[in-house]
Structures are given as structure tokens and as C-alpha cells.
Write a protein that binds this ligand. Structure first.
Ligand code: ADP
Ligand code: MG
Length: 264
């Protein structure tokens, strides 16, 4: 797919964090923990961008900011031309409808007491989109699951199948942007390749813009047009994946690549 010149997602000098309870159970004071520091990032239409960072570097937080779930302390977040956090709630929902989200852990992300059918319907109901039966059938074909899966509970499914369900749920409402949080980290190595292929297949078929976060360079290699290296809440390097891999400039990136090469 060709990469457009329009920006799908833009973060401008975003600083974000959490208010956490200060140490000591008697204390009512709260402490501000800054997790993302002055992060600027642009994802163009039709591009696949992978953010690579170790555990705790702020990857999930960054996605929360993009998804309209965590208001930054400073900076701007623009999705498809709209500044997310300055919109009234109803308008924010309309913009974010164009985004599909696959959360981090397929073993935790599905409600265990709901048949898959109802998990798939959730986004359609929330967004008031009709023809659930038609959409479910179509999306299950896309992720290569049989329609029988609709009648199963999450525990009836393998990790790989659950991840397919979560990907189906993320694209069932025809988003323009697909955001995935560590899409393969909970899966066996043999299944990881299948899920990577599926993501790339949907990227082509559905004309998506894809934003992935991962700690795994090996996974990033197959999913990234562009790589962004996040280290302790700051972007320390970015560029075309091959360029970053072959001529990293930042010391942390060099270390990351060295340990990756040693592992393969
Ligand atoms: P990653 O996804 O890269 O592992 P996260 O964005 O989940 O990193 O977390 C970054 C930092 O923010 C960690 O130190 C984590 O403890 C902290 N953090 C994440 N979520 C919360 C939260 N809901 N409340 C307080 N601190 C949080
Ligand atoms: Mg995370």
C-alpha cells in the first residue's frame, strides 16, 4: 500500500503520567509520576509504525494517550486532523471510532463469562452500528476463524485464536487506524508468525494505518515500515526500520540491536 502524505496520528511534545498514592498507607498525598516526556511523533496514512521499547518504557501509556483514554499533562494529540482532548466527548467518540485497538494480553482482554459473539458485538453496540450478524461473519472470515467460534467462551480457545478474536473485534467497525499493544508477546513463537502475517494481511486488505508497540525487535522487523525507539518515556531514535537496524545512532538503540543479534 502506498503511504500518504496526510498525518493519521500526531503527538506534539506530549508529556503524560499518572497520579499515584505516595508511599505509606497513612499518606493521602499523591505523587505525579511522569511516564512520557516530551514525545513527538507522526504516523502517516497507510504507514506501519512500530514503537520499540523495553518493559516500563511507556509504550502502553503512549497508546492510551492516542486512544483518548489518558489526557496528557502537556502537549497535543491529533487523530485524523482533530485534536482529541479539546473535543467535546461526543465528538471525541466520533473521531476515535476510526481507531481499532487490540489490547495487550489476549488471555485477559476477553470477558471470560461472555460468548465470543457478545464480545464481538460490544463495539458495534457502543457505536450504534447495525448489521451485527453480517459484520461478524465477514470479520471472522477475515481473521480466518470459523463462525462456530461465536458460540464459544474464551477458555475454549487457544491464545492464537483469542488474539484473532481480539483483532476481529478491533476491525469490526471498519476503522482507518489499527493500534496493537504487544500483539504477539503472550503467544508461542510458532503462533507469533501467524499473527504477524494476519496483521500484515489486514493492513493490505483494509487499507489500514497501523501503529504497534512491542519490546521485541524480531517482531518489529516484520511489521515496521518505520521504527521508533522509546527509552524511559522519551523517543531516542526513529527512522525507516532498515536504517535504524543497520546504522543506529543512539547508544540505547545500539545496545538493543546488539542483544537482538546475539539472540538469533
Ligand atoms: P510499557 O507498556 O512500556 O511496559 P507502561 O506504559 O505500561 O509501559 O508503564 C510505564 C510506567 O508507568 C511504569 O513505570 C508503570 O508502573 C507506570 N504505570 C502504568 N500504568 C499506570 C497506572 N494506571 N497508574 C500508575 N502508574 C502506571
Ligand atoms: Mg505495555
Amino acid at each position: 500500500m502506498s503511504v500518504g502524505s496526510k498525518v493519521a496520528i500526531k503527538l506534539e511534545r506530549v508529556t503524560a503520567g499518572y497520579l499515584t498514592a505516595a508511599r505509606g498507607w497513612r499518606s493521602l498525598r499523591r505523587r505525579l509520576e511522569v511516564v512520557l516526556n516530551n514525545v513527538s511523533l507522526e504516523v502517516y496514512n497507510g504507514e506501519r509504525v512500530v514503537i520499540i521499547g523495553e518493559s516500563g518504557s511507556g509504550k502502553s501509556t503512549l497508546l492510551r494517550v492516542v486512544l483518548g483514554l489518558l489526557k496528557p499533562l502537556r502537549g497535543r494529540v491529533v487523530v485524523l486532523g482533530k485534536e482529541v482532548y479539546s473535543l467535546p466527548w461526543s465528538e471525541r467518540v466520533r473521531v476515535l471510532r476510526a481507531v481499532g485497538y487490540v489490547p495487550q494480553d489476549p488471555y485477559k482482554a476477553l470477558n471470560p463469562s461472555l460468548k465470543i459473539r457478545y464480545s464481538l458485538m460490544e463495539p458495534l453496540e457502543a457505536l450504534g452500528i447495525g448489521d451485527p450478524e453480517g459484520r461478524m461473519a465477514r470479520v471472522l472470515r477475515l481473521v480466518q476463524l470459523s463462525e462456530e467460534v461465536m458460540n464459544y467462551y474464551p477458555t475454549d480457545l487457544s491464545g492464537g485464536m483469542r488474539q484473532r478474536v481480539l483483532i476481529a473485534r478491533a476491525v469490526i467497525h471498519d476503522p482507518e487506524i489499527l493500534v496493537l499493544d504487544e500483539p504477539t508477546s503472550a503467544l508461542d513463537v510458532s503462533i507469533q508468525a501467524q499473527i504477524i502475517n494476519l496483521i500484515n494481511d489486514l493492513y493490505e486488505k483494509l487499507n489500514l494505518t497501523v501503529l504497534v508497540v512491542t519490546h521485541d525487535l524480531g517482531v518489529a522487523q516484520y511489521l515496521a515500515d518505520r521504527a521508533v525507539i522509546l527509552y524511559k518515556g522519551e523517543i531516542v531514535e526513529e527512522g525507516f526500520f532498515e536504517d535504524v537496524l543497520h546504522s543506529p545512532r543512539n547508544n540505547y538503540t545500539k545496545l538493543l540491536i546488539k542483544s537482538y543479534r546475539a539472540s538469533i
